[in-house]
Design a protein around this ligand. Structure first.
Ligand code: PLP
Length: 360
């Protein structure tokens, strides 16, 4: 069996232990004579998996009791609009911080269903930095402020969350559970599972219960968060397989020391790459402002495109794969999510040094 070092921006590398355990019990789950994805979502085996995943999520995030955890489909993309429909009446307004591709998409989709406005844009800096709190223009009577905690394509993140006096709503898709969260600042946090937590097909929404049921809209069943909260996300058939695998990833995270440990690992992994960039006299260059550097998605350029292509080609030959930058940004992008082994990042970091030595 061959396993590569997969630096994909998503779906992401998952812990080998989790994949092996899934494989081992796949055909005959808990002596039921069938796999879990063939079983009823109302049966005892799945019920246990579902409740365990919910409680692991709460423990890991130290979530206060007045928040609901919802397991939904439609990815983070559906949440751009669904969050606004559920947390705003037709008359209320919300502000959006536009930090890049994902910030822009959330604003665009929310504006189709609610009254929202751009409270800050990173356009002037070509989306290479996150704003200071004082730079965000919040209009009078704004219900909440939407942020994207980590821009997966631009490679920037909020090192500190804005210190505003209204609640925040955050898309945390690409740094979900890679650091602890001060829940007091948020009414809602959402993200797709496939960057840091599991396979695609599952979005997680954490919402303050007090803010539910106030939208005054006639929402279709699936779009109303209260439907999912009242039914523990079992109101219709949930995405059983991603929830099952994510549950194992969450257990693995708890066994490995929880969020503090994963924050520490993220620092180690990202430093291994940023150090090579910073010590290369500008041969490797990062477009990102120093205080906004992402720990999950690191973007860098080489002196020209020919060298970038050669870099990616030689890296691929060493099983360091999925390093090509997003087509809108170019260059190299390395994504270092929770399950990425530090040893894989060391191999990449050493390859970067060797490549500079031979080509610089
Ligand atoms: C990947 C990503 C999304 C889109 O997620 P889907 O689950 O594919 O809809 C949204 N926001 C951010 C920050 C992302 O990284």
């Amino acid at each position: 069996m061959k396993r590569v070092h997969n630096f994909s921006a998503g779906p992401c590398t998952l812990p080998l232990e989790v994949l092996e355990e899934t494989q081992g019990e796949f055909l005959d789950f808990a002596d039921n004579g069938m796999s879990i994805i063939e079983d009823s979502h109302r049966g005892p085996s799945y019920e246990k998996i579902h409740q365990n995943a919910l409680s692991s999520f709460r423990r890991l995030t130290n979530l206060p009791d007045d928040f609901a955890v919802l397991f939904l489909q439609g990815g983070a993309t559906l949440q751009f609009a669904q969050s606004a429909m559920n947390l705003l009446t037709e008359d209320e307004i919300a502000g959006y911080v536009n930090t890049g591709v994902w910030g822009q998409k959330s604003l665009e989709d929310a504006s189709k269903v609610a009254n929202v406005y751009e409270a800050w844009t990173g356009q002037e800096s070509d989306f290479t930095k996150t704003p200071e709190t004082g730079e965000i223009s919040i209009q009078h009577d704004t219900k909440w402020l939407h942020i994207t905690s980590n821009e997966t394509i631009g490679g920037i993140r909020f090192e500190q969350f804005p210190d505003v006096d209204i609640p925040m709503v955050a898309d945390m898709s690409s740094d979900f559970l890679s650091r602890s969260i001060d829940w007091g600042k948020f009414d809602l946090v959402y993200g797709g599972a496939q960057k840091n937590l599991g396979p695609a097909g599952l979005a997680i929404v954490i919402v303050r219960r007090e803010s539910l049921g106030k939208h005054g809209r006639n929402l279709p069943t699936y779009l109303d968060y209260q439907f999912h909260d009242k039914n523990d996300s079992l109101g219709n058939t949930p995405p059983m397989f991603p929830i099952y695998v994510m549950g194992k990833v969450l257990d693995w995270m708890e066994e490995n020391g929880g969020l503090t440990e994963f924050e520490r690992r993220a620092e180690i992994r990202s430093s291994l790459i940023y150090e090579v960039i910073d010590n290369s006299d500008g041969w490797y260059s990062s477009p990102v402002a120093t205080g906004s550097r992402s720990m999950m998605n690191i973007i860098f350029h080489l002196p020209d495109e020919t060298l970038e292509n050669k870099f990616i080609e030689e890296a691929t030959a060493l099983d360091l794969i999925n390093l090509k930058g997003h087509r809108s940004v170019g260059g190299v992008r390395t994504s270092l999510y929770n399950a990425m082994p530090i040893e894989s990042v060391e191999i990449l970091s050493n390859f970067m040094k060797d490549f500079l030595e031979s080509n610089g």
